[in-house]
Write a protein that binds this ligand. Sequence first.
Ligand code: COA
Length: 255
Amino acid sequence: MSSDILAHTEAGVCTITFNRLDKKNSITAAMYAALADALDAAQADGAVRCVVFQGHETIFSAGNDIADFLNQPPSGDDAPVFRFLRALAQFPKPVIAAVSGPAVGIGTTMLFHCDLVYAGDNAAFSMPFVNLGLCPEAASSLLVPQMLGYHRAAEALLLGEPFMAEAALEVGLVNRVVPPTEANAYAQATARKLAAKPLSALLETKRLMKKGQMAQVLAVMAEEAQSFGRMLREPAAKEAFSAFMERRKPDFSKV
Ligand code: COA
């Protein structure tokens, strides 16, 4: 497993850590593969009853690694990013996320597939897909309007502006806001509580809560993945990504 993703299991809790601070925990294809493998292993391991995702108190994740996306854009359903998203959406055991600092792109959209989310008060959620010439992923085109309501979803997805922890708490994306230095510990303590409960009851309860729209979530994810893969190769995304690498404002006047 890549050292940029750490996974370790203790007391029934598998903790998966984004560990690439120098690049703001942005996620490469190799890291998506490691995330998907970690979830598969946690699902198969009878000793794991709950999974926690965490980053650092200053940053959860800057989302997709832009240079890596430019160099090796995901192609096809089996691309690591889509493998990770499907594994997360269908993960049968409880999943908790501890989010402090920026959570960009997939750093936010993955949270719609977590069962509990604890945020540091410095958490900033954003889904700037349009600003990158892209479209939503992770079934966020379905799940964001469902949770936020259409107009707030349009603000988040069309304008791509960040919203802070308190706003995320208000719309129900976040369960509780805590000091950033306490978010990981809070998630860990809650995970231990879940791990002490009967696994069969946790599994069945989550299955029942999710089953109503699982097929739709997977279908939307697949449609988004097709568009996202195509748009990554188009001029708007190329301009946005080059602008990020060159630290300048993108110019979309010709695309
Ligand atoms: N992909 C690749 N590298 C990234 C990255 C990303 N998504 N986000 C940050 N980095 C890199 C920067 O290029 C920089 O690398 P360098 O030190 O080699 O120049 C380093 O991480 C630090 O980033 P910087 O932008 O200086 O940090 P910051 O604290 O000022 O800002 C963010 C943090 C997360 C707000 C900002 O980096 C950002 O907006 N990143 C892009 C997010 C994005 O658009 N993600 C794609 C979603 S699909």
